[in-house]
Design a protein around this ligand. Structure first.
Ligand code: 5RP
Length: 218
Protein backbone atom coordinates (compact mmCIF):
# COMPACT_ATOMS: atom_id res chain seq x y z
CA UNK A 1 0.00 0.00 0.00
CA UNK A 2 1.17 3.53 -0.66
CA UNK A 3 1.30 6.06 2.17
CA UNK A 4 -1.87 7.70 0.84
CA UNK A 5 -3.67 4.35 0.70
CA UNK A 6 -2.70 3.73 4.34
CA UNK A 7 -4.01 7.17 5.32
CA UNK A 8 -7.28 6.55 3.51
CA UNK A 9 -7.66 3.09 5.11
CA UNK A 10 -7.19 4.61 8.59
CA UNK A 11 -9.79 7.28 7.76
CA UNK A 12 -12.27 4.64 6.60
CA UNK A 13 -11.71 2.66 9.82
CA UNK A 14 -12.45 5.74 11.95
CA UNK A 15 -16.03 5.96 10.68
CA UNK A 16 -17.15 3.07 12.88
CA UNK A 17 -16.19 5.14 15.97
CA UNK A 18 -18.70 7.89 15.13
CA UNK A 19 -21.91 7.70 17.18
CA UNK A 20 -25.24 8.50 15.55
CA UNK A 21 -26.60 12.07 15.94
CA UNK A 22 -23.38 13.50 17.39
CA UNK A 23 -21.20 16.50 16.61
CA UNK A 24 -17.84 15.23 15.40
CA UNK A 25 -14.52 17.00 16.06
CA UNK A 26 -12.51 17.07 12.85
CA UNK A 27 -8.76 17.57 12.52
CA UNK A 28 -6.59 19.09 9.80
CA UNK A 29 -4.27 17.70 7.14
CA UNK A 30 -4.24 15.18 4.34
CA UNK A 31 -5.34 12.24 6.53
CA UNK A 32 -8.11 14.32 8.11
CA UNK A 33 -9.19 15.27 4.57
CA UNK A 34 -9.66 11.57 3.74
CA UNK A 35 -11.73 11.31 6.92
CA UNK A 36 -13.92 14.26 5.86
CA UNK A 37 -14.55 12.54 2.54
CA UNK A 38 -15.68 9.41 4.41
CA UNK A 39 -17.74 11.42 6.91
CA UNK A 40 -19.65 12.98 4.00
CA UNK A 41 -20.97 9.51 3.15
CA UNK A 42 -22.70 9.28 6.56
CA UNK A 43 -23.59 12.98 6.94
CA UNK A 44 -27.30 12.18 7.31
CA UNK A 45 -26.44 10.25 10.50
CA UNK A 46 -24.60 13.09 12.32
CA UNK A 47 -25.62 16.51 13.59
CA UNK A 48 -22.54 18.21 12.21
CA UNK A 49 -18.91 18.93 12.98
CA UNK A 50 -16.55 21.27 14.79
CA UNK A 51 -13.52 22.15 12.66
CA UNK A 52 -9.92 22.54 13.86
CA UNK A 53 -8.98 24.97 11.07
CA UNK A 54 -10.43 27.23 8.42
CA UNK A 55 -9.32 24.75 5.73
CA UNK A 56 -11.18 21.91 7.43
CA UNK A 57 -14.29 24.07 7.90
CA UNK A 58 -14.26 24.87 4.20
CA UNK A 59 -13.90 21.23 3.16
CA UNK A 60 -16.68 20.15 5.54
CA UNK A 61 -19.00 22.82 4.12
CA UNK A 62 -18.15 21.83 0.55
CA UNK A 63 -19.36 18.34 1.47
CA UNK A 64 -22.60 19.74 2.89
CA UNK A 65 -21.67 19.00 6.53
CA UNK A 66 -22.84 21.68 8.98
CA UNK A 67 -19.96 23.34 10.85
CA UNK A 68 -20.73 24.42 14.42
CA UNK A 69 -19.00 27.12 16.47
CA UNK A 70 -17.26 25.39 19.37
CA UNK A 71 -18.72 27.97 21.76
CA UNK A 72 -22.18 26.60 21.03
CA UNK A 73 -21.20 22.96 21.56
CA UNK A 74 -20.93 21.16 24.90
CA UNK A 75 -20.41 17.58 23.86
CA UNK A 76 -17.99 16.22 21.26
CA UNK A 77 -17.97 12.43 21.71
CA UNK A 78 -15.14 11.88 19.22
CA UNK A 79 -12.32 13.93 17.69
CA UNK A 80 -10.56 12.43 14.65
CA UNK A 81 -7.22 13.78 13.47
CA UNK A 82 -3.85 12.79 12.04
CA UNK A 83 -0.39 13.30 13.53
CA UNK A 84 3.16 13.99 12.40
CA UNK A 85 4.62 11.50 14.88
CA UNK A 86 3.03 9.20 17.46
CA UNK A 87 4.43 6.73 19.99
CA UNK A 88 2.91 3.51 21.33
CA UNK A 89 2.05 5.57 24.46
CA UNK A 90 -0.14 7.67 22.12
CA UNK A 91 1.87 10.83 22.69
CA UNK A 92 2.06 12.90 19.51
CA UNK A 93 3.74 15.71 17.64
CA UNK A 94 1.15 17.64 15.65
CA UNK A 95 1.04 20.95 13.84
CA UNK A 96 2.81 20.15 10.60
CA UNK A 97 -0.14 21.92 8.97
CA UNK A 98 0.04 24.74 11.50
CA UNK A 99 -3.37 24.06 13.07
CA UNK A 100 -2.02 22.85 16.43
CA UNK A 101 -3.76 25.37 18.70
CA UNK A 102 -7.28 24.81 17.42
CA UNK A 103 -6.57 21.07 17.23
CA UNK A 104 -5.56 21.09 20.89
CA UNK A 105 -8.69 23.04 21.88
CA UNK A 106 -11.09 20.70 20.07
CA UNK A 107 -9.19 17.66 21.39
CA UNK A 108 -9.53 19.04 24.93
CA UNK A 109 -13.31 19.24 24.61
CA UNK A 110 -13.67 15.80 23.01
CA UNK A 111 -14.33 12.71 25.07
CA UNK A 112 -12.27 10.49 22.78
CA UNK A 113 -9.33 11.29 20.45
CA UNK A 114 -9.02 8.86 17.54
CA UNK A 115 -5.70 9.36 15.76
CA UNK A 116 -5.48 8.16 12.16
CA UNK A 117 -2.09 7.80 10.47
CA UNK A 118 -0.04 5.82 8.02
CA UNK A 119 2.63 3.53 9.44
CA UNK A 120 5.51 5.98 8.90
CA UNK A 121 4.18 8.16 11.74
CA UNK A 122 4.74 5.55 14.47
CA UNK A 123 8.06 6.27 16.21
CA UNK A 124 9.93 5.14 19.33
CA UNK A 125 10.97 8.67 20.41
CA UNK A 126 9.35 11.94 19.38
CA UNK A 127 11.45 14.73 17.90
CA UNK A 128 12.75 13.70 14.52
CA UNK A 129 9.86 15.73 13.08
CA UNK A 130 10.51 19.41 13.99
CA UNK A 131 8.23 20.42 16.86
CA UNK A 132 5.88 23.27 15.85
CA UNK A 133 5.40 26.07 18.38
CA UNK A 134 2.77 28.78 17.75
CA UNK A 135 4.05 32.16 18.94
CA UNK A 136 2.62 35.69 19.26
CA UNK A 137 4.60 37.62 16.58
CA UNK A 138 6.17 40.21 18.94
CA UNK A 139 7.61 37.39 21.10
CA UNK A 140 9.38 35.61 18.22
CA UNK A 141 13.00 36.43 19.16
CA UNK A 142 12.49 36.00 22.91
CA UNK A 143 10.78 32.63 22.51
CA UNK A 144 13.49 31.48 20.07
CA UNK A 145 16.22 32.34 22.61
CA UNK A 146 14.39 30.45 25.37
CA UNK A 147 14.03 27.41 23.11
CA UNK A 148 17.78 27.49 22.39
CA UNK A 149 18.35 27.40 26.19
CA UNK A 150 16.25 24.22 26.24
CA UNK A 151 18.53 22.64 23.61
CA UNK A 152 16.34 23.13 20.53
CA UNK A 153 17.09 24.80 17.19
CA UNK A 154 14.09 26.95 16.24
CA UNK A 155 13.43 27.91 12.63
CA UNK A 156 10.78 30.40 11.57
CA UNK A 157 8.20 28.82 9.25
CA UNK A 158 8.45 31.23 6.33
CA UNK A 159 5.43 32.77 4.61
CA UNK A 160 3.08 31.20 7.11
CA UNK A 161 0.55 32.78 9.46
CA UNK A 162 -1.78 30.61 11.54
CA UNK A 163 -5.57 30.91 11.50
CA UNK A 164 -5.10 32.84 14.77
CA UNK A 165 -2.75 35.43 13.19
CA UNK A 166 0.44 34.08 14.77
CA UNK A 167 3.77 32.66 13.57
CA UNK A 168 5.21 29.15 13.88
CA UNK A 169 8.69 28.25 15.09
CA UNK A 170 9.65 24.70 14.04
CA UNK A 171 12.06 23.31 16.60
CA UNK A 172 14.72 20.94 15.28
CA UNK A 173 17.20 18.76 17.13
CA UNK A 174 15.03 17.61 20.04
CA UNK A 175 15.05 14.07 21.37
CA UNK A 176 11.90 14.20 23.45
CA UNK A 177 12.34 11.74 26.29
CA UNK A 178 9.67 13.29 28.54
CA UNK A 179 6.96 14.79 26.29
CA UNK A 180 4.57 15.57 29.18
CA UNK A 181 7.19 17.72 30.90
CA UNK A 182 8.44 19.44 27.72
CA UNK A 183 4.87 20.27 26.66
CA UNK A 184 4.31 22.12 29.93
CA UNK A 185 7.74 23.79 29.94
CA UNK A 186 7.30 25.23 26.44
CA UNK A 187 3.79 26.45 27.19
CA UNK A 188 5.11 28.44 30.17
CA UNK A 189 7.33 30.64 27.97
CA UNK A 190 5.65 34.05 27.64
CA UNK A 191 4.50 34.52 24.07
CA UNK A 192 3.97 30.83 23.32
CA UNK A 193 0.35 30.17 22.38
CA UNK A 194 0.82 26.43 22.43
CA UNK A 195 3.20 23.77 21.15
CA UNK A 196 2.62 20.70 19.02
CA UNK A 197 3.22 18.14 21.75
CA UNK A 198 -0.02 16.34 22.52
CA UNK A 199 1.12 14.37 25.56
CA UNK A 200 -0.90 15.68 28.52
CA UNK A 201 -3.93 14.92 26.39
CA UNK A 202 -2.70 12.28 23.98
CA UNK A 203 -4.78 10.09 21.72
CA UNK A 204 -7.09 7.43 23.15
CA UNK A 205 -6.85 5.16 20.13
CA UNK A 206 -4.50 5.00 17.14
CA UNK A 207 -5.77 3.52 13.88
CA UNK A 208 -2.54 2.84 12.03
CA UNK A 209 -2.74 2.09 8.32
CA UNK A 210 -0.16 -0.60 7.49
CA UNK A 211 0.64 -2.94 4.61
CA UNK A 212 -1.14 -5.66 6.60
CA UNK A 213 -4.31 -3.67 7.29
CA UNK A 214 -5.33 -1.51 10.24
CA UNK A 215 -3.43 -1.91 13.48
CA UNK A 216 -5.32 -0.61 16.52
CA UNK A 217 -3.35 0.70 19.51
CA UNK A 218 -5.34 1.83 22.60
C1 5RP B 1 -1.98 19.67 11.19
C2 5RP B 1 -1.65 18.39 11.85
C3 5RP B 1 -1.77 17.15 11.04
O1 5RP B 1 -2.56 16.24 11.73
C4 5RP B 1 -0.42 16.56 10.81
O2 5RP B 1 0.43 17.55 10.24
C5 5RP B 1 -0.48 15.32 9.91
O3 5RP B 1 -0.78 15.73 8.61
P1 5RP B 1 -1.03 14.68 7.45
O4 5RP B 1 -2.27 13.94 7.78
O5 5RP B 1 -1.16 15.55 6.22
O6 5RP B 1 0.17 13.77 7.36
O7 5RP B 1 -1.29 18.32 12.99
O8 5RP B 1 -1.71 20.77 12.02
Amino acid sequence: MTQDEQKRAAAVAAIQYIPVDCIVGVGTGSTANYFIDELAKIKHKIEGAVASSDATAQRLKEHGIEVHDLNNVIDIPVYVDGADEITENLHMIKGGGGALTREKIVAAVAQKFICITDQSKLVKILGNFPLPVEVIPMARSYVAREIVHLGGHPALRHDFITDNGNIILDVHGLQIINPVELEATLNQIAGVVTNGLFARRGADTLLLGTDNGIRIIS
